[in-house]
Design a protein around this ligand. Structure first.
Ligand SMILES: [Zn+2]
Length: 423
């Protein structure tokens, strides 16, 4: 089985942006590992308040120094050119060139990652050390790039179930050669898809690989009519560094996703940080916008923008680890498992407690297990199986592991004491 890191190594060299061959090449590679359906949405297509932009292609770029040497070579590092830069081939002084150069003075050896999708301009990204070494003189800035009508590409891996309900997982595929943001989550989604392909499940799982922001907006705009099927979702961003997990709630705050993710992280015994929803981040901004309001939570480690190497050339293989990535995939799989086992029941003996003893479900010594099922879990399930609270609610209220709540419910269901009302 290919590892997360091997997947990232294969995808790392590609120059991705929000449109174009980088994204398509990325999907070609992903489709070697999982079944993937790609979609093309034409330039100019109206998607809510936005329009699908022109497609950007870049072939080469560099700066020629006064002595004829070349720096900022795109072919050496694709971060050297601001994404969506326009074509340029011009001679200029160092002073004028500096107006088109981004650096990181606090990290003088790192190259920043910059984008400018919706204004036509151009820029290079250099290390501060390189900039400081440039002598006065005449320079040539050369960017062989084009903007033309084309399309935006996104992809889905779908694993159908029978319940008519859907769970989405989403991540973005528009960043060039950087690891944590965001090839980490691409690798987690591929590994998750490989596991889902080998499982029977009642719900449908739809894994979305999109360019950030415009891709999510485009997908939501094209799929607006089927959004009501979505009962839960997870957006993944920056999942591969060595920091503890951060779980950001959905805007709804108490959705199935919110309840299930908390249970998963607690039951796995992970140290994690729980944040309320904030509209400063990734594609959850679109999924949780007021008119869409999907139950989508976000899984990450250090939030984007809060780790030192964010959007720089230092976001490389030193930042991520196989263990962190593997743990994140396990969290996603556990989330799937939890949703698969979640049900809502009605207690058919709701007027006082049913007599458990005559059904072999009670032992006089309190707290003991009968047939491996916790007496406490049985009492909680009986008490809250009222047709409104699901097993997630019962696990959350009682603090009992989901696994035990599920075992209690299946024994009670088997004996006809509770009746399942969820599909
Ligand atoms: Zn980013």
């Amino acid at each position: 089985m290919i590892s997360h890191l091997e997947l990232i190594e294969e995808l790392y060299p590609i120059c991705r942006s929000i449109t174009g061959t980088g994204v398509r090449k990325t999907f070609e590679i992903i489709s070697k590992y999982i079944p993937l359906e790609t979609y093309e949405v034409e330039t100019g297509t109206k998607v809510f308040d936005w329009e699908v932009p022109e497609e950007w292609a870049i072939h080469d770029a560099y700066i020629v120094c006064p002595d004829g040497s070349k720096i900022a070579q795109f072919k050496e590092n694709n971060l050297h050119v601001m994404s969506y830069s326009k074509r340029i081939n011009t001679s200029l002084t160092l002073g004028l060139l500096k107006e088109h150069i981004h650096t990181l003075p606090d990290h003088p050896s790192w190259i920043p990652y910059r984008t400018m999708y919706y204004d036509r301009s151009w820029a290079f990204c250099l290390s501060q050390n390189t900039l400081d070494s440039l002598p006065e003189g005449k320079y040539r800035a050369y960017i062989d790039a084009s903007h033309k009508n084309g399309s935006l590409t996104y992809a889905e891996a779908v694993f159908p179930g029978t319940s008519g309900k859907e769970i989405i997982f989403s991540t973005y595929v528009c960043h060039p050669s950087m690891c944590n943001d965001n090839l980490s989550s691409v690798s987690v989604m591929i590994k998750l898809a490989q596991e889902l392909a080998n499982k029977n499940h009642r719900h449908t799982y739809r894994l979305l690989f999109l360019p950030e922001t415009i891709g999510a907006i485009t997908w939501l705009s094209k799929n607006e009519k089927s959004l009501s099927k979505i009962i839960a979702g997870v957006n993944l961003t920056c999942t591969g560094n060595r920091a503890p997990i951060t779980f950001m709630k959905s805007r709804q705050k108490t959705s199935i996703s919110d309840k299930a993710m908390k249970i998963v992280l607690d039951d796995m015994g992970l140290l994690y940080k729980e944040n309320d929803f904030s509209p400063i981040g990734s594609d959850e901004r679109q999924y949780c916008s007021p008119g869409i309001n999907l139950p989508v939570v976000t899984l990450m480690r250090t939030p984007p923008g809060e780790f030192e190497e964010y959007h720089t050339s230092a976001d490389n293989f030193d930042v991520i680890s196989e263990d962190s990535l593997r743990e994140m995939t396990s969290v996603c799989l556990s989330f799937v498992d939890t949703l698969e086992k979640n049900n809502t029941y009605i207690n058919t003996y709701s007027k006082c407690e049913p007599q458990l003893g005559k059904r072999g479900l009670y032992r006089k010594t309190g707290g003991q297990r009968v047939n491996q099922v916790s007496q406490t879990a049985i009492k909680w399930v009986l008490s809250y199986s009222d047709g409104h609270n699901d097993l997630l609610d019962i696990a959350n209220r009682s603090g009992i592991r989901m696994e035990e709540v599920v075992s209690a419910s299946s024994v009670l269901e088997h004996q006809g004491i509770i009746m399942r009302i969820s599909k």
